[in-house]
Design a protein around this ligand. Structure first.
Ligand code: AMP
Length: 295
């Protein structure tokens, strides 16, 4: 695996590559969710590049940038095992945001609700760093997780609006055996919180079950999820939202189109996200990339 710490070096290497280049952007502290993106990239690309950068511009002042888990040696071992061709790990934040840096990308409307309500500048930072990575790496495809569905929708919009010739693939959420969505932040949970956290998955399942049973009132579907979350005293619910997956606008009335059910819950200081597309079939889960299609 080639390891590049500077934009100049990775660009020089990229200049000599032909064929399909798959990029998997990450903030490191890798787990099986990241590896699933790498596998998807591997299957569709000649060359796979993983980027690893804890991006300061997507954290606000009071957030966990400083304590975000970092473990480069373990990450590198995992990447070697995945047959990754190159790792781009900027040496420091200055490499991406040098002195006098002033340019940011704002994906309007899509960045505002859900996570954007709790984290107003978050998607500005995400869209900016992903656009920079696209310019530096020039991938033909880029791979994101449905676990962060709003991020995937924002990035996809940004890529289309700014004419990046990059296919955006959104891959299914990888879960622990008890249903908890894998996340680098799960390691912040203490034993009691970790035990409690799969309540999010059960809440998604409960809402999906009432939807399957024919319920189409958004309030009733949200309530099914909230009722399950309320059984867990350690779960401090931030939101349970039903939105159109493309516009991320809240739905007032259900149609037969797939709906995105998103949940954010705090366990102590750790905020966890999860979501499901309804109708949610475990055998043939709806695929966000194809649902978004031409949007
Ligand atoms: P992060 O390192 O948390 O910024 O995540 C990097 C990429 O991995 C993002 O596209 C995430 O959506 C994706 N990802 C994180 N957790 C999971 C998961 N459990 N399943 C699938 N993809 C994931």
């Amino acid at each position: 695996m080639q390891i590049w710490n500077s934009i100049g070096a990775v660009r020089a290497w990229r200049g000599g590559i032909n064929g399909r280049v798959g990029l998997v952007p990450t903030m490191g502290s890798l787990h099986a969710g990241h590896l699933s993106l790498i596998k998807a990239a591997r299957a569709a690309s000649d060359v796979v590049v993983v980027s690893l950068f804890v991006n300061p511009t997507q954290f606000s002042q009071h957030e966990d940038f400083d304590r975000y888990p970092r473990n480069l040696p373990a990450d590198m071992t995992m990447l070697e095992g995945q047959n990754v061709d190159a790792l781009f790990a900027p040496i420091n934040a200055m490499e991406m945001y040098p002195h006098q840096y002033r340019t940011f990308i704002n994906v309007e409307e899509l960045s505002k609700g859900l996570e954007g309500s709790a984290r107003p500048d978050h998607f500005r930072g995400v869209a900016t760093v992903v656009a920079k990575l696209f310019n530096v790496i020039q991938p033909t495809g880029a791979y994101f997780g449905q676990k962060d569905a709003q991020q995937a929708v924002v990035v996809r919009r940004m890529a289309r609006d700014l004419n990046f010739p990059v296919h955006i693939e959104i891959c299914p959420t990888v879960r622990e055996t008890d249903g908890l969505a894998m996340s680098s932040r799960n390691r912040f949970l203490n034993a009691d919180q970790r035990h409690a956290a799969p309540v999010i998955y059960r809440a998604l399942q409960a809402a999906a079950a009432v939807y399957d049973a024919g319920e189409r009132k958004p309030d009733a579907i949200r309530r099914a999820a909230r009722d399950v979350l309320a059984t867990e005293p350690l779960a401090d619910v931030d939101y349970v939202a039903l939105t159109d997956p493309g516009t991320l606008r809240g739905v007032l009335e259900m149609s037969d189109q797939p709906i995105l059910l998103s949940i954010a819950v705090k366990f102590g200081e750790t905020r966890l996200l999860d979501n499901a597309l309804l109708p949610w079939s475990l055998n043939a889960p709806p695929h966000l990339t194809s649902i978004l299609g031409g949007m």
